[in-house]
Write a protein that binds this ligand. Structure first.
Ligand code: FRU
Length: 466
């Protein structure tokens, strides 16, 4: 294990490139992205004393993802952020091969954090059934000192050592969901409970489908939306179908009118996003009582290529999406704060070409077929009940979705990421894309276009390289 000092020096050295990354013409305007290097899952999401906290899996020293740290953005609002630095690094025996994903809980004026400390023992191991420790570690934002909560010994015997990504919430007690892989190669949720946030955690129950639904469930989340319980997981090992599970790994949710503590079997998985790049989302409830989801715009182990690696960075997070339960589904809408970035409103006619590189495009009154060309590199098409996102570049080809009808499309376009919200957020498709063209056109409907200003992200005051 490297000394803390040498790890911090490496981060500081890597982050000297922040001004270069900031100058890249493809950097995002209103999506959080890595200051330098690689970003994956959102972590530790919460709002504390009015301030939003977005931590993220961060490899500043390797643009293709290597050693995993937690980077940290703090938001005075959802469109005004400050990069705080790297509060958690793999510098103990509990997490020496990676400060992996986890969650946050704001309580008593503090941000409480839970994550997986990944440890790989040197030797001839497969690192699935042996050779790996998956520790649950606790820290909070008063000094980020670490405390070990759970180790392999605390997990049921019929599990591999793939158990990770603690999500903690509070009801009458504290509860924790962990994602797991059984020895029988079945993905599950493990629920733990405790009266105390930072000690005394014990196993409560396992939650899983009747038949195996993938061999591993990563990044679990459990929350109430109105009267329903939403169980969100990122399963690995589902077989691709023409209109579902088109990426190598998926992210989605089960709904139930039971509580997580009742006896029930999750069924009826619905995907969060049907685009090329979306994985490992996490949610939190903000002080306004909104349930907000943020996902990773990226896909592990895929053929997707991101040419921004040449400029020293790769991947980003989705915009914060507000969740609502409606018609038996969870609808997603970009947080309304983003509307403050709108500028230069205009109405365009069907097939009239217009130019933009960051925009909020709202198309309503769609009747029948639909087509949209986005900066000549992403084509959206709706015909015969099938909505398609078509690309022919950077490893991405086609993603499809079956729809009963198409009424509206909202295209949230940033410099190299686009989120497409279909029917007021009934479905979403997200992808990274790369082009120099600014030319767009849309075939029909009432088309309203706003350009989008960039949000404020301050990198000057990062002082948290502990
Ligand atoms: C999901 C994931 C998590 C893990 C983290 C490591 O993308 O594989 O399960 O904690 O990434 O970066």
């Amino acid at each position: 294990m490297d000394s803390r000092e040498s790890i911090l020096n490496r981060i500081k050295y890597a982050e000297k490139a922040i001004p270069q990354v900031n100058k890249d013409g493809r950097r995002q305007g209103f999506h959080l992205m890595p200051p330098v290097g690689w970003l994956n899952d959102p972590n530790g999401l919460c709002q504390n004393n009015g301030e939003y906290n977005v931590f993220f899996q961060y490899s500043p020293t390797n643009v293709n993802g290597g050693e995993k740290f937690w980077g940290w953005y703090k938001g005075e609002s959802l469109i005004k952020w400050k990069y705080m630095g790297v509060p958690l690094a793999p510098d103990t025996e509990w997490d020496k091969n990676g400060v992996y994903s986890g969650s946050g809980l704001a309580e008593d004026g503090k941000v409480h954090l839970f994550y997986t400390g990944n440890v790989k023992h040197p030797g001839d191991y497969d690192y699935i059934t042996d050779g790996r420790d998956s520790n649950v570690v606790y820290a909070n934002d008063s000094d980020f000192s670490k405390k070990l909560l759970l180790t392999n010994e605390d997990y049921p015997a019929d599990y591999t050592c793939h158990i990770r990504d603690p999500k903690v919430w509070k009801e009458d007690k504290y509860y924790m969901a962990l994602g797991g892989r059984k020895l029988s190669d079945k993905g599950t949720l493990l629920i733990y409970e405790s009266e105390n946030i930072d000690k005394g955690w014990r196993f409560l129950k396992e939650v899983t489908t009747k038949e195996p639904f993938g061999y591993m469930w990563e990044c679990p989340d459990v929350f109430k939306l109105g009267d329903v319980t939403v169980i969100s997981v990122s399963p690995q090992g589902l077989k691709s179908e023409e209109y579902r599970y088109q990426n190598i790994y998926q992210s989605g949710y089960f709904l139930t009118d039971k509580s997580i503590f009742d006896d029930f079997t999750p069924a009826g998985f619905e995907e969060w996003d049907y685009g090329f790049d979306f994985y490992a989302p996490q949610t939190f409830e903000d002080e306004k009582g909104r349930r907000i989801l943020i996902g990773w715009v990226g896909m592990p182990d895929s053929d997707n290529v991101n040419p921004t690696t040449e400029k020293g960075w790769q991947n980003c997070l989705t915009v914060p999406r507000v969740l609502k339960y409606k018609n038996g589904k969870v609808y997603q809408t970009p947080a309304s704060e983003l509307e403050a970035l709108r500028t230069n409103e205009r109405t365009v006619k069907p097939w009239e070409a217009f130019e933009t590189e960051r925009a909020d495009i709202i198309v309503t009154n769609i009747k029948g077929d639909f087509e949209a060309s986005i900066r000549e590199s992403v084509l959206l098409k709706y015909e015969d009940g099938v909505f398609e996102m078509i690309m022919d570049s950077f490893g991405r080809s086609i993603r499809k979705l079956r729809l009963e009808s198409l009424e509206s499309v909202r295209i949230l376009l940033d410099r190299s990421v686009v989120e497409v919200y279909i029917n007021d957020g009934e479905y979403v498709m997200t992808t990274m894309y790369y082009t120099d063209s600014k030319k767009c056109s849309i075939s029909c409907g009432s088309i309203n276009v706003f350009d989008m200003n960039s949000m404020e992200v301050d990198y000057e005051k990062a002082d948290c390289h502990r």
